[in-house]
Design a protein around this ligand. Structure first.
Ligand code: SF4
Length: 86
């Protein structure tokens, strides 16, 4: 059984126009300012199609799948690598 993925948002890139909510109305709701509120946990299997559409439709490429690489990669990963290999 595979683990269901989670969504994440790059809040710096997000413009808050809510295109993702229109693409995934059963998964994403908007706050009072129009910014998306994502589900706490993994995307339910029956909503994966909506999640993919929301990612693909996001005009700012702010919405993506969260992955282990995201959590350990990027700047944090480089900092850890630098610390481990001075
Ligand atoms: S579609 Fe993308 S940029 Fe627009 S509100 Fe959703 S996450 Fe933010």
């Amino acid at each position: 059984m595979s683990e269901q993925p989670k969504l994440r948002i790059d809040w710096i890139a997000c413009n808050g126009y809510g295109v993702c909510e229109a693409a995934a109305p059963d998964l994403i709701v908007l706050d009072d300012w129009g910014y998306p509120i994502l589900p706490d946990g993994p995307v339910p299997h029956d909503l994966m199609r909506q999640a993919r559409k929301a990612i693909n439709d996001c005009p700012m490429v702010a919405l993506a799948w969260e992955s282990r690489q995201t959590l350990t990669g990027g700047r944090l990963g480089r900092l850890r690598g630098r610390r481990a290999n001075p």
